[in-house]
Design a binder for this molecule. Sequence first.
Ligand code: SAH
Length: 238
Amino acid sequence: MNFENITIILVNPSHPGNIGACARAMKTMGLSQMRLVKPRREVDADAIARSAGAEEILYQAQYFDDLKTAIADCQLVIGTSARQDVPDVIDLSFREAASIAVEAVAERKVALVFGREHAGLNNDELALCQYHAYIPANPEFSSLNLGAAVQVMCYEVFLASQNISKPVETRLQDAYATQHEIELLFAHFEKTLADINFYDPNNPRRLMPKLRAMFNRTQLLKSEVAILRGILTAVDAK
Ligand code: SAH
């Protein structure tokens, strides 16, 4: 299985020690690709110590200014949250999410996104994800430490990978769209729908989040994005 195609993304982590713990959690389960979105503090001696021998993951980590840029080249994005109250999204347990990730990994670059220690991922960030995954836990105390949550996810990915006896056959003629291509599609929709007065930016009525949620559920291919952009361009020309 191509574990290189799975990236663990940490959004604004506060504690370098937690970043180190995540690197350790990843390496124990065979994952190596880490992306960091604006960590509050730099990777330091505490991070290296807590990585307990997985420091190469820290040294090779890629840095980004925001989540949108960090997932631009990804084709499946799973956000993690202890919350299950975000509208219009598909909630999965970590086990279900890991199995979807492992099935996708032969042909797609997959991002597993983790939030801030104190505040998790915000709604805008969760809206960028096709699925939301949660660790079933005590409803009155459901928030795990960041490193512990990453450990559970990497473990589930490892277990799911053991159940795949042969690579899933590719049946599609085309590749999945990247998040960057999907963002360009949303921007085009927003502009065209405003131009034809279907969408009023001053009275948005959740239209764009609804459309985003719909497309997040459909796993668009590159060719499908091209068709939709072509339709919008034809409408623009009218
Ligand atoms: N108070 C925050 C908790 C943040 S814990 C909140 O309400 O979201 C830090 C990160 O660990 C979360 O953003 C998420 O990525 C992960 N995490 C912790 N507990 C989790 C759980 N039960 N299910 C899924 N992810 C969890």
